[in-house]
Design a protein around this ligand. Structure first.
Ligand code: DAH
Length: 336
């Protein structure tokens, strides 16, 4: 028994293990209940009493040595296998994650919201199925006025008072009729018009409406707000031009043009060689609109604007066909 113990001590001293299998072999032989220690403790029972002290001490030394060697080997093997695993990762392999992306119109809408929120605007929404009052009458479109035809409305045949909204200006009315100024909101949403579908026009598209009503709001507030928007959206060198126009719900009214950021004003296909591109309409809210919503137009004034989200997106990403936005072609969508 003495020789056996000496032999095992020597064996443990000299042993090395670098794989998990070798570690397991060590465990089975020296640590597990069925290994050599068990045999030794069994033979210990037969050792004469006067020698028990000496053998007991030797057995304990062997047991402790086996334990500490085992701990040591665990460390060695773990470090070796983690190195091996790290070495087996090929970082040049393509990743398998395909996370998808936001629709370009959603991206533009989110950016527009961000820019206006930073100027104190909140976001409001209204119905796409609307009545004549909110889409036209309250917005100062006289009955049978040709301006109603300008908008190629889809009426709902069962109820001619109901229609698909032709613009997001209806949300201005929905907002103002139930409250008192100040109002400072933008209103993004989908609109519908009975237009022939082409690369430049669609029967549904998205607009973002803006409304700011308070005491002493003036045209210079409108200009400043849209200057800031244009520079944030299209770059700090962008210039803004207001062209006189007409809308029933604003007086005075102006079309908003920005300097063509593609050719920097030199003239190109996108700006039809004028150096300017139109992004929407705007103006001072007509007093009739305020009054239709129960707001005192002598005390309050406001500005409003409406811009096409497709138009802004097409300009920003140089997309030349509006139909691409609704065709769900992955080759197009995966570029955003
Ligand atoms: N509603 C107009 C359109 O669809 C856009 C517009 C113009 C909205 C001027 C406004 C505005 O709020 O002030 O063509």
């Amino acid at each position: 028994m003495k020789e056996k113990i000496e032999q095992y001590l020597k064996e443990i001293d000299e042993l090395t293990a670098s794989t998990k299998d070798e570690l397991e072999a060590f465990r089975l032989k020296f640590i597990s209940r069925k290994g050599v220690m068990n045999d030794l403790f069994n033979s210990f029972k037969e050792v004469p009493n006067e020698q028990k002290k000496e053998f007991g001490a030797k057995l304990n030394v062997l047991k402790e040595k086996a334990q500490s060697k085992f701990q040591e080997l665990i460390e060695v093997v773990n470090t070796a296998s983690s190195k091996e695993e790290a070495g087996s990762i090929d970082v040049t392999l393509p990743s398998f994650t395909n996370t998808g992306s936001l629709h370009p119109l959603t991206k533009t809408k989110n950016r527009i919201i961000q820019i206006f929120e930073r100027q104190g605007f909140s976001v409001a929404e209204g119905p796409e199925i609307e009545d004549d009052f909110h889409n036209f009458t309250a917005l100062n479109f006289p009955e049978n006025h040709p301006a109603r035809e300008m908008q190629d409305t889809y009426f709902i045949t069962k109820n001619p008072d109901t229609l698909l909204r032709t613009h997001t200006s209806n949300v201005q009315i929905r907002l103002m009729e139930h409250g008192q100024p100040p109002f400072r909101s933008i209103m993004p949403g989908r609109v519908y018009r009975n237009e022939a579908i082409s690369a430049r026009a669609h029967c549904f598209f998205n607009q973002v409406e803006g409304l700011y009503v308070d005491k002493e709001v003036s045209f210079k507030d409108l200009k400043q707000t849209l200057y800031h928007f244009a520079k944030e959206m299209f770059g700090k060198d962008t210039q803004v031009r207001f062209r006189p126009s007409f809308f029933p719900f604003t007086e005075p009214s102006a079309e908003i043009d920005i300097s063509c950021f593609i050719c920097k004003g030199d003239g190109c296909k996108i700006c039809k060689h004028t150096g300017w591109v139109e992004i929407g309409g705007s103006g001072m809210v007509d007093p009739n609109v305020l009054e239709a919503c129960g707001i005192d137009s002598k005390e309050y004034s406001g500005f409003a604007f409406g811009m096409g989200i497709e138009r802004i997106t097409m300009l920003k990403y140089q997309i030349d066909d509006i139909r691409l936005f609704s065709e769900n072609d992955m080759r197009f969508l995966s570029q955003f």
